[in-house]
Each structure stands twice: as C-alpha cells, then as structure tokens.
Design a protein around this ligand. Structure first.
Ligand code: ATP
Length: 478
C-alpha cells in the first residue's frame, strides 16, 4: 500500500469514517463498517445520486428490491455459469491472485521501465487471452512465457489458472439441501430486470425510461486487500435505461456524459478522471466503458457504463416463461427493449472522495491535514464554536446552531483551544466554522472561518444560513 493510501486508511479509522468489520475478533477481511462520519458522507452521496438520477429525470423511477432472489434469476443472468474470476496460486507463499491482474501489473511495470513495445505486446496478448475459448489456459501461458513472478514472495512457482465463482450462497428454510440453495445477489441490476413490467405499469412509463436502485451486493472476491476498493460486501448505485433497439448508442453517449459530470460535480478534479474501454466485452454487451479515478494505488474503475442489449430481458423471458416484450404505442411494434446501464460503486465513490479530499499543508510553519470535501458532501457542514464556554457564548452559539440545523448538518464543540478545534474540523473536512465571541453578544455578528482558505469574515448571525447557501453554491475545488 502506498504511504498516502495508508494515511487515508488511518485517518478514516481515527476520525470515525470507516472501521474494519468485527475488529474486536481480529476483523473479517474485505468487509468494513461505516462510522459516524462515514455514514453521513455515504448518505450525502446516495442522496446526490438519487437526486441526479431519479428526481431530475421524469422518466426514471426508483426501487428497493430484496437481496435474496429466486435462484433461477442467476441461472438466467449467466452468473451461475459464468460469474467467475481466473485465479492462480503461488505454491510457495500460498497467496492467491487474479491471473488477469498479475498480467496487468506486469504491463504497468514494463511501461514504467519505458519498454512500451513489450508492454503493448503483452497487453494485446492479455486482450486475446480474455477473449479466448480456453481463457484460463491462455492467461496461464502468458504468465509462463513472460515469467511473471509472485508480487509477494518474488517466486515463480505457480499452480494452473482456475475459474472461481464469486457468488456467495446459502440455503433457505430449515433443511440444508442443495435444492434450497440461494445466492446473495452479486449485483443489484437483476432486481431491476425482474421488476421491469411492475415498474413500467405502475409508473405509467413508456420506452425510453429507467429504473434506479441503491443497494448491497456481495462477491467472494479473491484478491481483497485494498481497503474499501474491493470488498466482499459493498453497495452499488445502478440504473437500467430501457430503449428501443437501435437507440442504444445514443443513450450510451448521453449517459456517459451525465455520469462523468456527476463525478465532476462531486468536486473531483477533471485531471483525476478518465475513460477506459473494456478489454473484453461481456458476451451480451455491444459497448462498455469505465470511468476510472487515479487512486494512490493507480488508475482504477469507479463506474461502468454498459450497453447490455436485450440480453437480460430475453433471458428472463426464456427462463420464467413470462413475456418481457413492450408494445410501443408510437410505432405500433412489439419488442424487447435494449438496456443501457450505469453502475457505480458507492464505496468506491467514497474512496475517490477520501483520496481527492486528503491534503497535507504547511501553515505558518505548522502542518495541517485537511479533507477538502465538496461542502455538499462533507459529513459536517458547519462547526459551531463558542470562543470560551462562559459569558453567554454557549447559549448564543446554541441559538445560532438552531437556525442552521434546518439546512445543514452542524456540530457543536466548546472543548479546547480554538486553533485546535479548527484543526479538528479541518481533519474531518468541515467547510465552515462559526465562532461566537464577546462581540457576537453585543452586535449579533459571528465569525465564519473557511476551511480551504482559512480566511475569516464577520457575518450577522441572522444572515448566516443564506450566506452559507451561497458559499456552497459557488464552491470550487483547488
Ligand atoms: P472490477 O473489475 O473492479 O472487479 P467489475 O467490472 O466487476 O469491477 P461491475 O460488475 O461493473 O464491476 O460493478 C459496477 C461497480 O461496482 C464497479 O464499477 C465498482 O465501483 C463496484 N464494485 C464492483 N465490485 C466491487 C467490490 N468488490 N468492492 C467494491 N465495489 C465494487
């Protein structure tokens, strides 16, 4: 893990954003709990997503489907047969790796050494292998011919490459027999597809329209060592947009644009985001691109935009025997709609925000750690700080807080020196602090201290809410 990444993990724990799950028992790998500040950040992100996707589009409705679904769902979707990662074991260290990721790492190393031609050649071999009939064997051959060594032990002592299904299963009811086997959903999308007609009819939607959902998904990931980047239990925010066959590319472009803008509006710098085309299209997809963010661990996917054709609805029609067709009143035709999906990880979005916000700065010879979250997403928007805890200041401060609570998440703190209180607020990314002092009691003004510039201004307490709303609307990342 890089130094910066470790600092972010450590701050997340120290300040109550994210904890290791079941820590008192030694932790459960690749599962995490959100603490008091993390959960606020998460709620702000989900609200922004819901607002952008559902409330701002008349033709998109939301649902909240169950995690447990009829097991045939996963037969139809192809997950039972094909939701597998190619894994390989280092026989010396007993560590397990994803074969495709080992090769990607090798390509990156070649590039860093300036061996671009070799990097291009191996990358092309990887693309071919991922599309090969016998994918595990093709990946294994690259690892052998390139003599790729184990990242942890440095050894070249591999097992064969095998495919490993990522779905968690369990049984329903009291009897543990194979017929009662069900799965924890590995994606939220299928809950949307099986409700296609329910939502279309009750929402009185006509194609094109969309269905959106935020919810948990579970994958028994092989390599899960990167904090909340790759978890076994995580959350997705997905939207499936149903269009007339032939209209999918236009919708794909529209959603590409809207989704990139959403990340920019979260305060992510444009230089830290890029598009990445899939090396291998899923067999049913006719276009797929990822939005990647430059994490301290390198460029990695945050969101996928996929054109999934009519694969899912066709498959559900076949397996359920229920018609998934739509009658188009305009063209008087019957068809199974095509689907463009936007699928973003909530936890990965949180990780982009933590990485983007984290700054260490020198101020007057001292260093400060500051999280420069977008004020709309920051877990606490306004810190309320009476200069001292006497002389009527706490009472005045509480009154100010009451006027702000309706609009913002506030946090009251009267303990310790004011400078230290500012630093504490900086470290959790609170964009504004309101300080109440002796003058406040005389003329009704307070000091607003800005997190980013550390400038202070005097504002009439009764104008504060409007002032902060304008500040938030004008905020820009530096
Ligand atoms: P990856 O290649 O990183 O495994 P994926 O292509 O399998 O991801 P999708 O199935 O397209 O991912 O899922 C959509 C989004 O869900 C991803 O862009 C990512 O943000 C999130 N996601 C997927 N798997 C995980 C995970 N194990 N932990 C956290 N987020 C995840």
């Amino acid at each position: 893990m890089s130094d910066l990444f470790e600092k972010i993990v450590s701050l997340s724990k120290r300040r109550g954003f994210i904890f290791q799950s079941s820590e008192i028992y030694g932790g459960l790998s690749a599962t995490y709990d959100y603490g008091p500040l993390g959960v606020e950040l998460k709620r702000n992100v989900t609200q922004r997503w819901w607002n952008a996707m559902v409330h701002r589009h008349e033709n998109i409705s939301g649902i909240d489907a169950a995690i447990l679904m009829h097991p045939t769902t996963w037969k139809a979707s192809g997950h039972v047969d094909a939701f597998a990662d190619p894994l390989i074991d280092d026989k010396t260290s007993k560590m397990r790796y994803r074969a495709d990721q080992l090769i990607e790492g090798h390509v990156d190393r070649l590039r860093r050494k300036g061996k671009d031609e070799d990097a291009d050649r191996v990358y092309q071999a990887l693309v071919d292998a991922l599309n090969a009939e016998d994918m595990p064997k093709a990946l294994y051959d690259i690892i052998m011919s390139e003599e790729i060594r184990s990242p942890d032990s440095g050894m070249f002592d591999w097992t064969e490459v095998r495919e490993f299904n990522l779905m968690f299963d369990t049984t329903v009811g009291p009897v543990a027999n194979p017929d009662n086997k069900i799965y924890l959903r590995p994606e939220t999308a299928q809950g949307i597809f099986v409700n296609f007609h329910n939502v279309r009819e009750t929402g009185r939607h006509q194609v094109p329209f969309g269905i959106a959902q935020i919810g948990k998904a579970f994958r028994n990931e092989i390599v899960a060592r990167q904090f909340i980047f790759r978890m076994r239990e995580f959350e997705q925010m997905e939207m499936q947009y149903f269009v007339k066959p032939g209209a999918q590319m236009e919708a794909f472009e529209q959603w590409r644009e809207e989704r990139m803008q959403w990340h920019l509006d979260n305060g992510i710098r444009a230089s830290k985001l890029r598009w990445h085309e899939h090396e291998k299209l899923a067999h049913y997809a006719d276009a797929a691109q990822d939005i990647q963010y430059e994490f301290p661990i390198g460029w990695q996917e945050v969101e996928g935009i996929h054109s999934r054709t009519d694969f899912d609805l066709q498959a559900h029609q076949e397996y359920s025997g229920k018609k998934m067709e739509y009658f188009d009143p305009q063209s008087q035709e019957k068809y199974i709609p095509y689907v463009v999906e936007t699928s973003v990880g909530l936890d990965r979005t949180i990780l982009t925000l933590l990485c983007e916000a984290y700054r260490e700065e020198e101020v007057g010879g001292e260093s400060r750690t500051v999280m420069k979250f977008h004020p709309r997403l920051a877990p606490i928007t306004v810190g309320i700080l009476p200069l001292v805890k006497k002389g009527g200041m706490p009472e005045f401060a509480h009154k100010v807080e009451d006027t702000l609570k309706e609009h913002f998440n506030t946090f009251y703190d009267e303990k310790g020196a004011i400078g230290r209180r500012y630093r504490r607020m900086d470290e959790v990314g609170t964009p504004y602090c309101v300080t109440v002092d002796g003058e406040s009691l005389e003329d009704g003004t307070v000091t607003v201290r800005h997190r980013d510039s550390m400038q202070q201004e005097r504002i009439a307490a009764d104008q504060l809410a409007g002032y902060l709303i304008n500040q938030i609307a004008d905020w820009k990342i530096d």
